[in-house]
Design a protein around this ligand. Structure first.
Ligand SMILES: NC(=O)c1ccc[n+]([C@@H]2O[C@H](COP(=O)([O-])OP(=O)(O)OC[C@H]3O[C@@H](n4cnc5c(N)ncnc54)[C@H](O)[C@@H]3O)[C@@H](O)[C@H]2O)c1
Length: 276
């Protein structure tokens, strides 16, 4: 891994290539922008279609196109692809296209994720499947196809966006907690399996991050208070809000040469939530 510094004093990621799922908006787009501004050639993949049991709109194809324009202005080269991470064929085509366009894949960020809030007795099989398949099966499938080129390169980083819900139980969230606990298990298992190939597998667990999804989740359970205030009640650092950029900076750090000895690491960016 390159140890040169960039203009802002970060260890340089210049010349690397990254695939970021769910990259059309919010945390995924912030990660893509932060990487592009550090010289990474970025591909973003997003399904751009809504799901029946998820109570908010997902990104649109227009948002994906605008995101690619923004990234191209930052780094000169970026691609956007429609890809549903639940679909093995689409994931394989997406990884193949990244290799075709960039010649290598150094960093995979499994960020695509959805949530919904249902008490267990009202949690339908469909609602369970939509959340578990995007968050957990999607992370499995993208890792499966990103690993062969990384093995050939003898280096790579896989960074999974889990959640505090992967470390704690939360009400009305059996499906989301199960999926995110699964992402942490997958992170540790792949860290063991891939270490001999020089591939590091890591996870970030955000607390509550500013997001367009929060209002939809709040409406689903009839919350009338400010959704960010409500969902961040357990943050200890009350004088600040976690932004997508906070998560992006943590991801870039995990992707950098500064973290050459980390694997299987679960990094919380949760304003102290899990310290309790
Ligand atoms: N916002 C938070 O408070 C928070 C907290 C902890 C963890 N997270 C996790 O961070 C990640 C990003 O969350 P966010 O707040 O930016 O959400 P978001 O809804 O703003 O963005 C998620 C993106 O994923 C895309 N997506 C959804 N299903 C997909 C699929 N099947 N295939 C490809 N793309 C798909 C959406 O279109 C959207 O662009 C998720 O994994 C989420 O679980 C978020």
């Amino acid at each position: 891994m390159n140890r040169k510094m960039d203009r802002e004093g970060h260890q340089s990621l210049a010349g690397r290539s990254a695939l970021i799922t769910g990259g059309a908006r919010n945390i995924g787009l912030a990660i893509a922008k932060e990487m592009a501004s550090r010289g990474v050639t970025v591909a973003i993949a997003d399904s751009c279609h809504d799901l029946e049991t998820v109570p908010y709109a997902l990104a649109s194809a227009d948002q994906l196109a605008r995101a690619v324009d923004e990234l191209t202005r930052l780094e000169g080269r970026a691609i956007g692809m429609l890809c549903d991470v639940r679909d093995e064929g689409q994931v394989q085509e997406t990884v193949d296209r990244v290799i075709q366009e960039f010649g290598h894949l150094d960093i995979l960020v499994n960020n695509a994720g959805v949530g919904s809030l249902y008490p267990i007795q009202e949690l339908t099989e469909k609602a369970w499947n939509e959340v578990v398949d995007v968050c957990l099966k999607g992370t499995f499938l993208c890792s499966k196809f990103a690993v062969p080129p990384m093995i050939r390169q003898r280096t790579g980083r896989i960074i999974n966006i889990a959640s505090v819900a992967g470390l704690r139980g939360l009400g009305f969230s059996a499906h989301y907690c199960a999926a995110k606990h699964g992402v942490i298990g997958l992170t540790r298992a792949l860290a063991v399996e891939l270490a001999d190939h020089g591939i590091q597998v890591l996870a970030v667990c955000p607390g509550t991050v500013e997001s367009p999804s929060l209002q939809g989740l709040a409406s689903q359970v009839g919350l009338e208070v400010n959704p960010y205030e409500h969902f961040s009640q357990r943050h200890l650092l009350k004088d600040r809000r976690i932004t997508p950029r906070d998560i992006a900076e943590a991801v870039c750090w995990l992707a950098s040469g500064e973290c050459r000895c980390l694997t299987g690491t679960i990094l919380t960016v949760d304003a102290g939530w899990t310290a309790q």
